[in-house]
Design a protein around this ligand. Structure first.
Ligand code: ZN
Length: 511
């Protein structure tokens, strides 16, 4: 198996800072927070999707949370990250869907892989450096199994090959494994398939053990070992993957590479619940797709929800929690708008206040400390709100601040740059849908028509009152499309407001 070559190429193209990030990360291997150390570049393997259906928002929240962590490491702590994700493009679910729709499994996989990449873009999730399809790694998987067989860790049964977990002494490193009980065709219920014997109508590859296809766990071990060799810094996934998937990956990789530990830091995201208790999953048939989510909320609003709790905790998706997230984002948007209005419109005679500047410094330091403490984004959001509240007390009814422009610039930069490092661009946080854009064009054209009719009435005097009345109507109409127009003296400014009022809120799609 080719090792390290890929990594060496990447190493030569990246800018390096230090090998210590000063970040503490919760490591599920030792169940404690540990300093995040790495060698020149931080290697990160993330378990990707099985491409048989549309991505639901439970999966999306997992990928967004890891995207936030990646961005914090890269943007905030200047850690060079090399991230690899697998795409499971061969699996029982893909095969059964292909049979149901009379298609090839590869056609189903391709369709949903394209959709997955589109969804990543819509959610502003950075694509991993490498996305590796399992079917492109069959030779590497075969070599990996061959090596395990030479180490006497493999047995065959029922035409398939299994990993013998009793021969790997540290099995149960991540998770207190269930009791071993008798199994019909495996030596232990904990043993897992490395190579599944071919069945009629299923894709298969030739091997020295007969035609078949890889088991699930071996794919990640083979792909990650291909890119990273005998050590991976971070390995991540949803908490469901901890056992058996990651326990099995770790067992076979430690055996293959002859190392005590293959992964340095195991990190996990919690579940996403609908309402306050029900976990979202395909098997429970209670999923909401990314596309359906984006009919109701923007990507920034959903990302803000993800920021409001620790990434490793469960997350509640409901009208209430989304209203809180939208409210937080609106507060940030309004603050940014007020800052720009003040900086561009008003002259300031204030001199900088050392107490206020010190307060901004304190909040900036606390933000850094919170991010170093296992990426505590919810605390950071609270610190930014605290900062905004300080400035809101200084805000006049004319959107001018009772302080110097220096302080406003510092606060504006701290809020916008911190949120930017989480993947939220506050300057364009409200993306309008086509329906809303059409509505805006309609009301603007109607307004013009009314103004024109007024002008054509040559026999009547057009009064100032008539025109101002039309302007008020337009402002009221625009607010329906969430565009809030504010008149300041003779000039006007505008901003987007929270959740759309245009469409009646539909109940979440369930299938
Ligand atoms: Zn995996």
């Amino acid at each position: 198996m080719r090792k390290f070559n890929v990594l060496v190429n990447v190493l030569s193209n990246r800018y390096f800072c230090s090998n210590k990030s000063n970040v503490l990360v919760y490591n599920w291997k030792n169940k404690i927070k540990e300093p995040l150390n790495y060698n020149k570049i931080l290697t990160w393997y993330i378990c990707g999707p099985t491409v048989y259906d549309s991505m639901h928002i439970g999966h999306a929240s997992c990928f967004i949370k890891f995207d936030i962590i990646r961005r914090i490491l890269e943007n905030y702590f200047h850690v060079p990250v090399f991230q690899v994700m697998n795409i499971t493009d061969l699996d029982d679910k893909i095969i059964s869907k292909a049979h149901a729709y009379n298609k090839n499994p590869s056609q189903i996989a391709k369709k949903y892989e394209i959709e997955f990449v589109e969804d990543l873009k819509l959610l502003n999730i950075k694509q991993p450096d490498i996305m590796a399809r399992v079917t492109d790694f069959i030779p590497q998987i075969l070599n990996f199994i061959q090596d395990l067989q030479e180490k006497d860790l493999v047995y065959s049964s029922d035409g398939s090959l299994f990993f013998d977990t009793t021969k790997y002494k540290r099995y149960g490193k991540l998770f207190k494994v269930p009791k071993v009980v008798k199994h019909s065709f495996k030596r232990s219920n904990l043993d897992f398939a490395l190579w599944k014997a071919a069945k009629a109508g299923e894709p298969s590859w030739n091997s020295s053990w007969g035609p078949g296809r890889p088991g699930w766990h071996i794919e990640c071990s083979a792909i990650a070992s291909y890119y990273f060799g005998s050590s991976v810094d971070i390995h991540s996934g949803g908490i469901d993957l901890l056992f058996p998937h990651h326990e099995n990956e770790e067992a076979q990789c430690c055996a293959y590479h002859k190392v005590d530990d293959w992964v340095k830091y195991w990190i996990y995201t919690g579940h996403l619940h609908i309402g306050d208790s029900i976990k979202m999953s395909k098997s429970l048939k209670n999923t909401i797709s990314v596309k359906d989510l984006l009919k109701l909320y923007t990507a920034n609003q959903f990302r803000t929800l993800c920021l409001l709790s620790n990434f490793k905790n469960d997350l509640e998706f409901s009208d209430n929690t989304m209203n809180v997230a939208c409210g937080v984002l609106n507060k940030f948007d309004s603050f940014i708008m007020n800052c720009y209005t003040y900086l561009n419109t008003f002259n300031s005679n204030y001199i900088p206040d050392s107490n206020l500047l010190e307060k901004i410094d304190d909040i900036e330091n606390n933000i850094r400390n919170s991010l170093m403490d296992n990426f505590n984004t919810s605390k950071v959001v609270n610190l930014l709100i605290e900062l905004i509240n300080v400035f809101n007390k200084l805000l006049t009814t004319e959107c001018s601040f009772n302080c110097s422009k220096l302080e406003v610039i510092r606060a504006l930069n701290l809020v916008s740059k911190t949120m930017d490092s989480f993947g939220i661009d506050l300057n364009s946080s409200q993306v309008k849908s086509d329906a809303e854009n059409n509505f805006i064009v309609d009301i603007t054209v109607n307004f013009r028509e009314k103004l024109r009719k007024l002008a054509l009435q040559s026999d009547s005097e057009i009064s100032k009152k008539d025109i101002l009345q039309l302007c008020d109507i337009l402002r009221a109409d625009l607010s329906i499309a969430n565009i809030i127009v504010q008149d300041i003296n003779k000039s006007s400014s505008w901003r987007y407001d929270g959740v759309t009022k245009l469409k009646a809120k539909e109940s979440p799609h369930q299938d």
